[in-house]
Design a protein around this ligand. Sequence first.
Ligand code: CP3
Length: 352
Amino acid sequence: MSKLRNDRLLRALRRKPVDCTPVWIMRQAGRYLPEYRETRKQAGDFLTLCKTPELACEVTLQPLRRFDLDAAIVFSDILTIPDAMGLGLSVNEGEGPRFERAIDSKTAIDALRVPELEDDLGYVFDAVRMIHHVLDGSVPLIGFAGSPWTLATYMVEGQSTRDFARIKALMFEQPQALHALLDILTESVSGYLAAQVKAGADVLMIFDTWGGVLSHTEYREFSLSAMRRSVEALKSDEMTRHIPVILFTKGGGQWFKEMADSGCDALGCDWTTSLAIARDTVGKRVALQGNLDPAVLYASPDVIERAVESVLDDFGAGDGHVFNLGHGITPGVNPDHVRVMVDAVHQKSARS
Ligand code: CP3
């Protein structure tokens, strides 16, 4: 059914046999690559890079020119949706993202609208179309969005945070207001992901970077339920139902059973959870993606090779593994070490 020349990722996500384990890297296009830093300088700033399809296409392809990766991921950011809602996003070097108009009241939530996809986010779909065209079926293209909860944390905090004070105060004091915000975001995320598929994405991933800061019961109510509704919307639409969906909650290992029940196809696993234990928990319902500690890439090549082997051994024999880091690659990593990791995954997992 797929016309891709390399369909390892799609096969692994559907838990079908592969010749070797597919590998891609969260944040594979980014600051650890000198050519990325060069293109970013040329663009002037991060958001211009995201909003210029030719440049977004160029940086998407940069890691694929260097490494034998089994997928491309659209170069963009999870914060495009709140930006399109008019919150005034800026991303400054060394400071991270910041919103000029953070959400500070129920009134501000009531004033929010689901973005007009083509008018407000058309640059993302233009980039997807361009990347899809240039890839020309060589590897699958992953589209993505932030989870509604994770987007809400940035919208309410206005910037990166350590203690989540504002979003948690809203959650405890005005849960209905937070639910109203999550409802708007859920609808936005589903529409945004479907539009990426229409533009050429072959796989979708939802990044729930901050689900793991919630308690057991709050995770279900404020993070998982919204992701489940987004997955249900994708799986009930004729155009998107066949597209594999990966859910990644950082720190979410203890909720894998419930996450696997969401109707998604795969779960992203950070390095704190054993793939073997995760596999016991989810059985054959979903594939697993992960989970090398990103910091291993600071070690020497022989240490990296052994660590790759230990992740492959932890998953064990059988289908349904996509190799990845347990979270995004960090800016200080030596690109040569990435090559060691990618090649080790293919060599050590090759099926005879
Ligand atoms: O994976 C890829 O190669 C695609 C690109 C991608 C970016 N952001 C580019 C980016 C993806 C998938 C994201 C997702 C994203 N953005 C997440 C979820 C993934 C995760 O790591 O948990 C989050 C939480 C964000 C929000 C965000 N954007 C932050 C916190 C920051 C600043 C801190 C940081 O890591 O750099 C950004 C900016 C950003 N997004 C950069 C890149 C390459 C760095 C910008 C720069 O060039 O200075």
